[in-house]
Each structure stands twice: as structure tokens, then as C-alpha cells.
Design a protein around this ligand. Structure first.
Ligand SMILES: Nc1ncnc2c1ncn2[C@@H]1O[C@H](COP(=O)(O)OP(=O)(O)OP(=O)(O)O)[C@@H](O)[C@H]1O
Length: 255
């Protein structure tokens, strides 16, 4: 399949509430080779539609995290490959980029004043009321204001980490298996928050997950990554129709 066929358009996204075809990210022929000369990303061509949840699934080692990390320059992509709102991200101020493009990892690492940290860096002091609002957004009550990191369960800590990311008012949320360490209830809480953020704040979300069911619950469109290539782009309810043999095998074993 040629690269042009894999350019994601808003028509691929089964939802009427779109922004007239606006892409938040455009990724063009993104490649990465390891120091040992092994290809990690093999020419990624895809658009990430504004205000949508794009799921990324694929076998272990297929390059999902590397792709995600390219979007906020945790891995520095080559110039002319990743564009945010039409601008090459390597030309942007890296801290400004990371405020706009927040990231949540698999396991949260926390300390008490974390939520205030990002705004503080920008000289903005959040009041207790503002912090409470962020906690509410992440489905936590204000009692969490006075709790230290050690008093939180992993699920609560992940929601506090989400509130911390949201304190920067990001336009894009990158999620790297954000619920893989959580129980089903905490997982559902995080999924609900993600969907709410998309609906209420029209946030763009790119989510890596090993859970096909999770991707089917939250994503508007799904990219299947195999050996550093997006081999198919499907709607969540069409995943069983994947044609690439590795993608079929992965989906069969995962379901
Ligand atoms: N800095 C690096 N140097 C060399 N190889 C790397 C580096 N980062 C990642 N890789 C390799 O690149 C490939 C893709 O890694 P990546 O973490 O992006 O995959 P993934 O699809 O997210 O995997 P998983 O599902 O297991 O988390 C792997 O083979 C990995 O070993």
C-alpha cells in the first residue's frame, strides 16, 4: 500500500462534530533508524485530526512510543517531518511545544505540588480553587489537594498526573498506555475523562494502548502500526476487517 493511501483524512473519522477537515498534526515520511542501523520508524505518513481521539495499536516494538515521543520532541524528529498547526515542530520553542502537547505516561511519578509546577514555570500561581477545578476535571475531589504522592493509589496518582498535565491547558494530549497499570474502575475513570476532554474542550488525543477493547471504547479512528509503518487506518468498529497479515494476527491474539 502506498504512503498516500495512508494519509488520514477527517472523512476517515466517523463523527459529525469535526473542524471542517483541520489537521492538528501532519506527519510526513517520518523515519528513524537505531544506532545499530535497525529501522524503528519506516516512513510514517498520517494526519491527526483536530478534536479527535486517534488510537495507535500494534505489536510490541512496532514503534508506537517512538512515534508518540516524536510529537512533543521527547525524540527529536528530523526537520520537515512533523507539523503542528502547519508549523514544523523543530522550529518551535520546545517548552512551548510541550505545554501545548501534554503527555501522560504508563506510570505516574508524583510529588505534592506537581499540579502547580507547570503553571509556576510560566509565572502563573494557581489558587486552591483553580487546583480543585483541575482535580474535578480529572474526576478527583478537593481532598486530594492536601494529600501527598505517597498517600495515593496508582489509579488516583494517574488522575493527579492527568490533572497536572491539564494544568498547562494543552491542546493535544499524548497518552502512552495510560491505564495499563490500573484496575478496571480506575481505567474507566481515565477513559471517561479523556472522552470528556475531547467533547468539552475539543482536545486532540493520540493514545497508544495494548487494549483493543479500550481503543474501541474511546478512539474515533485507529492506526495499526507494524514494523515502524502504519499499515492500516480503520474505524474502531472495523478493526476485525484489517487486511495486513501481521495486523490480523495481532488483532486475533489480542481479542
Ligand atoms: N533510543 C533507542 N535506541 C535504540 N533502539 C530503540 C530506542 N528506542 C526504541 N528503540 C527500539 O525501537 C523499537 C520501537 O520501540 P518502541 O518503544 O517505540 O515500540 P512500542 O511499539 O512502543 O513497543 P511496546 O509496545 O513494547 O511499548 C524497539 O525495537 C526498540 O527496542
Amino acid at each position: 500500500m502506498s504512503a498516500e493511501h495512508l494519509l488520514l483524512t477527517v472523512d476517515d473519522v466517523d463523527d459529525h462534530n469535526h473542524d471542517g477537515g483541520v489537521m492538528k498534526f501532519q506527519i510526513r515520511d517520518l523515519r528513524k533508524v537505531s544506532d545499530a542501523g535497525v529501522p524503528i520508524l519506516n516512513g510514517i505518513n498520517v494526519g491527526i485530526p483536530k478534536g479527535k481521539i486517534v488510537g495507535i495499536i500494534g505489536p510490541s516494538g512496532s514503534g508506537k512510543s517512538t512515534l508518540l515521543r516524536a510529537l512533543n520532541r521527547l525524540w527529536e524528529p528530523p526537520s520537515d517531518t512533523v507539523f503542528l498547526d502547519g508549523r514544523d515542530i523543530v522550529d518551535l520553542d520546545v517548552l512551548g511545544l510541550r505545554r501545548k502537547v501534554g503527555m501522560l505516561f504508563q506510570l505516574p511519578v508524583l510529588f505534592q505540588d506537581n499540579i502547580r509546577y507547570g503553571p509556576n514555570l510560566r509565572g502563573k500561581k494557581l489558587t486552591d480553587v483553580e487546583v480543585s477545578k483541575l482535580l474535578t476535571l480529572a474526576d478527583l475531589d478537593s481532598s486530594f489537594l492536601s494529600k501527598t504522592g505517597g498517600e495515593l493509589s496508582v489509579g488516583q496518582a494517574q488522575r493527579v498526573a492527568l490533572a497536572r498535565t491539564l494544568a498547562n491547558e494543552p491542546e493535544v494530549l499524548l497518552l502512552d498506555e495510560p491505564t495499563s497499570a490500573l484496575d478496571p474502575i480506575s481505567t474507566q475513570n481515565i477513559e471517561d475523562v479523556i472522552v470528556k476532554l475531547k467533547k468539552k474542550r475539543r482536545m486532540t488525543v493520540v493514545m497508544v494502548s495494548h487494549s483493543i477493547k479500550q481503543i474501541q471504547r474511546v478512539a474515533d479512528v485507529v492506526c495499526l502500526l507494524v514494523n515502524g509503518e502504519i499499515v492500516e487506518i480503520l474505524k474502531p468498529n472495523e478493526l476485525s476487517e484489517a487486511k495486513h497479515p501481521m495486523a490480523q494476527r495481532f488483532l486475533q491474539l489480542s481479542s
